[in-house]
Write a protein that binds this ligand. Sequence first.
Ligand code: ACO
Length: 312
Amino acid sequence: RQMQRQEQFEARIAAGEFIEAKDWMPEHYRQTLLRQISQHAHSEIVGMLPEGNWITRAPTLKRKAILLAKVQDEGGHGLYLYAAAETLGSSRAQMLAALHSGRAKYSSIFNYPTLTWADMGTIGWLVDGAAIMNQVPLCRCSYAPYARAMVRICREESFHQRQGYDALLTMMRQGSDAQRAMVQDAVERWWWPSLMMFGPPDEQSPHSAQSMRWGIKRVSNDRLRQQFIDATVAQARVLGVTLPDPDLRWNPQRQQHDHGAIDWSEFWRVISGDGPCNQERLGARVQAWDDGAWVRAAALAHAAKHSPAPAQ
Ligand code: ACO
């Protein structure tokens, strides 16, 4: 019976059908999704921190309102994604416990510091740009609750990318020399970590082959990274910034850009907990959770007071 279910499942995937929460699925498929979706949710929540830092220091009311909206969107994305992961049988409390104890991963990119206002624009342009490139194919992920959550997330990410590019364009076209230098410096610091967001090279990616077979991932890490580089070079030219890679050049044979070597030792170090801000980020999340204990207790007490009395 198990074999028959497995075969039916594989046939549905091969036919391009979507899998719903109540459908039968192999345990490994469920665990793979739970790992990826919960990591994605944690990334959104931890991703609020580097930008949250700058809300009180935004240069104008308009930029402040935009940044506030963006950081709130990221909180919302985390919540849809936790809800999608809950359909696979894990509770939010379990997922948060895994994050707070350091067992769960979140995106490497959020372990880098945000040193200047230009980092806000650069995160929008490069980090959210990379996120969109990675996430648009996830709207066709074979697991329907995740795919549905991704549709709205991608729309919002595209606003995030545009606002970042707009902030940088304003600084480059209307700013002072010092502001232009600040943008160039931010781009130099964020470029390589943005390329690492797509994950390790395909041949060093333990999960890719199976996730591609199951339609969880639709496009490989390296292909997405290449698409991102190809799209970004022209945008950098319009902005007037130099991407910090002397080997970056158009290859007419491949019809793609060649690029310099990525320092994968830095990537593995950051995702194993030893990046510039890992401790600070996790510390801030744990502190926020502890500080919110009274809110959770009050909400539970309120719910208990207003729930109908048990039947006699
Ligand atoms: N940051 C942290 N960990 C990473 C990253 C990264 N940028 N890339 C890969 N990893 C981890 C994987 O989670 C995996 O670790 P695990 O076995 O402990 O779970 C390991 O490195 C090996 O990588 P892969 O085999 O390539 O893993 P996977 O098939 O899951 O692919 C990827 C990684 C591309 C990030 C995939 O999980 C994905 O598309 N996730 C959804 C998108 C997402 O999470 N985006 C978050 C950042 S965007 C944002 O929030 C703005």
